[in-house]
Design a protein around this ligand. Structure first.
Ligand code: BG6
Length: 469
């Protein structure tokens, strides 16, 4: 049903925008920062860049925060790089790296912008990867110690915390994104790593509640509703399997501290069940998120596998998947348009995703990513006419309003991204920002910032707490 007079956005709705540390900061070895698995990467897709300079936010932080303030942001979602804070992951702290995030957070607070802090966004310290990465239980302890440092330093200033960004995408597409934990541990069962991340997340949530009771914390997976290609029961079953393996495994574990039964059956059938140590499930069950953050770009569509089908899951990228042998085939949805990178665009699927999550878990929801990657053009007069991005944002925000009218409790919306940054695997030519950063993949230029048309549009929306006419 379409609400013809949808509910207004609540007072205090967190209109925000997002980035991640390694994709925006640059300064990859500045002031004592250690190397992450991203910095240690040597292979990049043809025509794309590395992350050494990125958008050079590390050296433009005050200018960028001033732009966020001018935009009117109520929230800014960013990630801290573990290797700035603890360069080798589990050894000495780096006061200069800690100081950088104090400067960022203090700048946000001075402008009335609520910091939303992601603790871990794909950038495991390389030194930990060399000691077994997420395949080793020692990384759980290192993460909890890292969390302790973060809470000690920033607990009093940051009200919203996110544990791990897109754990599900790391597990399902870590190879494509180059981020599961480096080639060193490539042959370790990825669901063992996943299990260790789930335990680490649970311990970090419990620790925040014990040490900073005023702050709130939640996971931040990429959740996308999976449609069935048809009402043929086999197709519906395939979509149900894909939903369980892609979405519910992660949220059931975070909220209820247990493995989703359908997903567990899949792991058993594939011989991928992790070793669970005594006490792990108790730790997971004792931890409770205060809200659920999620990233949404597009729905997926699944059909029953074909006879003899053995299509590998690793094939496209996080939004163009080819399926899982014996379980489902990921198929194109003929009803949806695609962006320049082949990702489908589905605003109504966004509403469906809200409803599906809220119906299952009844927790407040915070959107921590949603946006359009495009080849923007900087005109000679410094303007960028990204009307296609405005259309994308408008259509998705309209569906948030529909979801709110459906009764879903929505805390806020942080589109990807506040400012142009380097994509996970498609370079900086694939731009998402409300602010243009003047550089290309092969030419750093002057890294100057320019407001895109979407900047003015979002500014107006935030000022009015409503979609502009
Ligand atoms: C999510 C990630 O997968 O989507 C971001 O959390 C990423 O880090 C974003 O940049 C867009 O994906 P991509 O591959 O276009 O950079």
């Amino acid at each position: 049903m379409q609400h013809t007079q949808p509910a207004p956005f609540p007072e205090g709705f967190l209109w925000g925008a997002s980035t991640s540390g390694y994709q925006v900061e640059g300064g990859w070895d500045a002031d004592g920062k250690g190397r992450s698995i991203v910095d240690a990467r040597t292979q990049f897709p043809a025509g794309t860049t590395d992350y050494t300079v990125a958008s050079d936010h590390y050296h433009h932080v005050d200018e960028d925060v001033a732009l966020f303030a001018e935009l009117g942001l109520k929230a800014y979602r960013f990630s801290v790089q573990w290797t700035r804070i603890v360069p080798d992951g589990d050894g000495a702290e780096n006061p200069d790296g800690i100081a950088f995030y104090h400067r960022l957070i203090d700048g946000l607070l001075a402008h009335g912008i609520t910091p939303v802090l992601t603790m871990y966004h794909f950038d495991l310290p390389q030194a930990l990867a060399e000691k077994g990465g997420w395949g080793s239980r020692a990384t759980i302890d290192a993460f909890v110690r890292f969390a302790e440092i973060l809470y000690r330093e920033f607990g009093a200033k940051v009200p919203y915390w996110l544990t791990i960004n897109e754990q599900n995408m790391m597990v399902l597409f870590g190879g494509t994104l180059g981020i599961i934990d480096g080639p060193d541990n490539a042959d370790v069962n990825v669901y063992q790593k996943n299990h260790h991340m789930l335990v680490a997340q649970a311990r970090a949530m419990e620790l925040l509640h014990r040490t900073v009771p005023t702050a709130k914390i939640g996971p931040a997976p990429n959740i996308a509703y999976v449609y069935a290609e048809s009402c043929r029961p086999e197709d519906v079953l395939a979509a149900d399997d894909f939903n369980a393996v892609r979405n519910w495994l992660y949220l059931d574990a975070a909220v209820h501290g247990r493995y989703n039964a359908t997903a567990w059956a899949y792991l058993e059938a594939k011989g991928l069940t992790p070793t669970i140590e005594p006490g792990d499930l108790e730790v997971m069950a004792a931890a409770h998120p205060d809200f659920l953050a999620f990233n949404y770009y597009a729905t997926h569509t699944a059909a029953a596998p074909l006879e003899g089908d053995d299509v590998p899951i690793e094939g496209g990228d996080q939004h163009i998947s080819f399926g899982e042998p014996g379980y489902y085939r990921a198929v194109a949805n003929p009803h949806l348009p695609k962006n320049a990178f082949g990702w489908e665009i589905d605003p109504i699927g966004f509403r469906m995703t809200f409803r599906a999550i809220y119906d299952r878990y009844h927790l407040p929801l915070l959107v921590t990513e949603n946006g359009l990657g495009a080849f923007d053009v900087l005109e000679a007069d410094g303007t960028v006419h990204d009307d296609y991005r405005i259309d994308y944002l408008r259509d998705h925000i309209a569906q948030i309003q529909q979801a709110i009218s459906d009764g879903v409790d929505v805390l806020g919306y942080c589109p990807w991204s506040a400012i142009d940054l380097v994509s996970t695997h498609q370079g900086i030519a694939k731009r998402y920002g409300l602010v243009y950063v003047n550089r290309d993949d092969d030419d750093l230029k002057d890294l100057a910032r320019y407001r895109k048309d979407s900047f003015a549009w979002y500014q107006k929306l935030i000022a009015g707490n409503a979609l502009p006419d």
